[in-house]
Design a protein. Structure first.
Length: 275
């Protein structure tokens, strides 16, 4: 598992995952372990070997195929966190009484969310319930970001994000993000433009405008960017052996390509470094 802390630079740490028989799903191992800084591997020949074994991160069962970043098919079909409304929060159907897991929905979706502006592969709008919000910015590979609004629920955030997406991207172009630094933008000025536009819309959503002093700059541990934005896939590339150039967002940047570790949650793999 890959964890991170700090912003300038972001420090990435390996954590050990385990599947204890007394609990379902993936857990962070609680045994003592030395701190493993991913940045210590930069410039070294690294081998990431996938074994072909996959475990569901929710129930812990072995699965032949992973769905939605770590679920077995059963959990993909039954858990609320795998419903379409998580990807498209404006389509939340909790009020219709059709949420797969109402208790989970109340805990996860009905809490304050932040609508923000970030510069990843370019300017994009996004939402998060993360606290601090910068955790989400790092996960997305943003190099600068600024909060715009705070709302009462995930659905409210989704309604605003969906409306903004008509005038600004709401997705990151990962091929660009892992290939180059983003072009600096005046986020404070763009923030003013977006808030002015928001005032002209009648969305029926209560929001509170946030007033940050400035945007946040994020720096990643990158020696250089790969020349190719080839995405490794464990099924096609079970053995990745290449020089590690950097880490950005959830991507390991190798000289010969990149891999999004979050996309392969639950995949068993071994890591070795050429001495």
């Amino acid at each position: 598992m890959l964890d991170h802390e700090g912003l300038d630079p972001v420090e990435y740490l390996w954590t050990v995952a385990t599947y204890p028989s007394s609990q379902s799903g993936k857990q962070i191992a609680d045994f003592p372990k030395p701190e493993f800084r991913v940045a210590d591997l930069l410039g070294k020949e690294v081998t990431l070997q996938f074994t072909g074994q996959i475990r569901c991160v929710h129930c812990g069962k072995h699965t032949a195929k992973s769905f939605n970043q770590g679920s077995c098919y059963s959990c993909f079909q039954t858990l609320a966190q795998n419903d379409l409304c998580i990807l498209r929060p404006e389509t939340c159907h909790f009020h219709l009484g059709t949420c797969r897991e109402p208790d989970w929905g109340e805990e996860y979706c009905f809490q304050k969310h932040t609508v923000y502006l970030a510069n990843t592969s370019g300017l994009k709008i996004g939402i998060t319930k993360e606290n601090p919000v910068s955790n989400r910015w790092v996960d997305q590979g943003a190099q600068e970001a600024i909060p715009l609004l705070e709302v009462r629920s995930r659905r409210d955030a989704g309604v605003i994000e969906k409306k903004f997406s008509s005038i600004i991207d709401d997705k990151t172009k990962w091929q660009v993000m892992v290939s180059t630094d983003s072009v600096r933008e005046d986020l404070s000025e763009k923030r003013k433009e977006l808030l002015s536009q928001l005032e002209s819309w009648d969305l029926g959503v209560y929001y509170e405008v946030l007033s940050p002093k400035s945007s946040t700059t994020i720096r990643y541990p990158i020696l250089k960017y790969p020349t190719k934005a080839k995405a490794f896939q464990p099924e096609k590339d079970p053995t990745i052996r290449s020089s590690l150039l950097g880490i950005k967002g959830q991507y390991l940047l190798f000289e010969s390509g990149v891999i999004n570790l979050r996309a392969y949650a639950g995949y068993e793999a071994s890591l070795s470094v050429e001495s």
